[in-house]
Design a protein around this ligand. Structure first.
Ligand SMILES: *Cc1c(COP(=O)(O)O)cnc(C)c1O
Length: 394
């Protein structure tokens, strides 16, 4: 048994289909009908669960972006199994030559970001395969992609020499600093570098008329209209979350109104036991909490193994019956202990919300990320892949 299967009393993640579709519609409204909206599914679909999220993304977005070759092939396998039409799929991560060949065979697009693609050329020719590729230009992130200097040195010229097996379908870049600021001067320098580099590339490698240009992730798609080009690559936004507070502030200014994004994910956990602890009792490892009064606690079978950050100990709360309940003592590997004295009126089994809405209260992933001194992207992608996911309509 490769994957540990959780028991019936484990926590579970709910995905709202309606929220996801609404978020795609919100981005379509922002970028306009002439542009395509692509869904980014890397990091286990931002922790939402790749296989559960894929049907939703496939049914509502125009392009799917993944990082690993396995994810790209999984999209094709799902399409074949469900008689679904083939979507454009692009693997944006690093690839070996064998992986380029396997993806070309499955008609999954690949990124050419450096001259290592030369290794795949002979293998593609030997098999009579053509890889559809997108050329990544490094315009100031310093991560993958050809820099202007590399273009001038001819490092992308392999694309001209191997036009029989490398068919350029797109040119892309990625921003370094759109969500951390409200003024976009660095993004403006990246946009100029993109225009220059794309022209430079076009001088050395004949690009088809139909080549698609894409640059914007969620933040830029929302607040930097000139970055939208032909298609936007939206990750966090389609999961119903703002990239940052700065982006939300800028959206009000740039768009005149703030689009409605609805979080797709909720995380809930049934109680393992509810019981009274007498005043003076210690709670949890290290005896860091002591009950000042008789306290009704719920022991929840969820902990840092499942992705609940241990660093949130002493700060976090969960929701029970729409009321905030403090997490007492330390977050453990498989347990949280919460104070439910005033949230329930008996020791009957209960359900706690770790993320999401319960009644009038909402516990956002941004809030949990704040307690954990990190960003919501990290909290989400660290949610255990073993935690069961279920798609619900609303
Ligand atoms: C992760 C990623 C995105 C999506 O970013 P969000 O901020 O989640 O929208 C887009 N493009 C590339 C290249 C990425 O790595």
């Amino acid at each position: 048994m490769a994957v540990p299967v959780p028991g019936a009393l484990s926590s579970r993640i709910e995905l709202s289909a309606e929220a996801y579709r609404g978020n795609v519609a919100a981005f379509r409204a922002v970028v306009g009908a002439t542009r395509r909206v692509g869904a980014v599914l890397k990091g286990n679909a931002y922790g939402h669960g790749f296989s559960e999220l894929l049907p939703l993304a496939h049914g509502s977005a125009d392009v799917l972006y993944v990082v690993t070759p396995a994810e790209g092939l999984a999209v094709r396998a799902w399409e074949a199994a469900h008689g679904a039409p083939r979507r454009e799929v692009l693997v944006i991560g690093a690839l070996s030559s064998d992986e380029v060949v396997a993806l070309a065979e499955a008609q999954v697009d690949v990124v050419v970001a450096d001259r290592s693609i030369e290794g795949a050329v002979a293998a593609l020719r030997a098999r009579g395969l053509v890889a559809r590729c997108h050329v990544h230009l490094d315009t100031g992130l310093g991560r993958e992609g050809f820099t202007e200097r590399q273009l001038d040195a001819g490092e992308a010229d392999v694309l001209a020499r191997a036009r029989d097996v490398l068919q350029v379908a797109g040119v892309l870049s990625h921003f370094a600093n759109t969500e951390d600021v409200t003024e976009q001067s660095y993004a403006a320098t990246q946009l100029s570098a993109f225009e220059r580099s794309a022209a430079r590339l076009g001088e050395r490698v004949p690009l088809p008329e139909s080549v698609s240009r894409h640059f914007a992730a969620s933040a830029a798609a929302l607040v930097l209209p000139e970055s939208r080009y032909d298609v936007v690559r939206v990750g966090i936004g389609l999961y119903g979350l703002w990239p940052s507070t700065e982006t939300r502030l800028s959206a009000r200014v740039v768009l005149g109104a703030v689009p409605t994004l609805s979080p797709v994910l909720s995380w809930r956990c049934p109680s393992q036991v509810v019981k009274w602890l007498p005043a003076g009792s210690y709670v949890g490892y290290g005896c860091t909490w002591r009950c000042g009064a008789d306290t009704r606690v719920a022991v929840l079978p969820v902990g840092y193994w499942d992705g609940y950050p241990r660093i949130a100990s002493g700060k976090a709360h969960v929701l029970v019956n729409g009321k905030r309940c403090a997490v007492l003592g330390r977050v453990m590997m498989n347990h949280l202990i919460v104070d439910v004295t005033h949230a329930v009126s008996s020791e009957a089994p209960l359900s706690a919300t770790l993320l999401g809405r319960d009644g009038d209260e909402v516990l956002s992933v941004e809030t949990l990320a704040g307690w954990a001194q990190t960003i919501h992207y990290e909290v989400l992608t660290r949610l255990g892949a073993h935690v069961p996911r279920v798609v619900v309509e609303r």
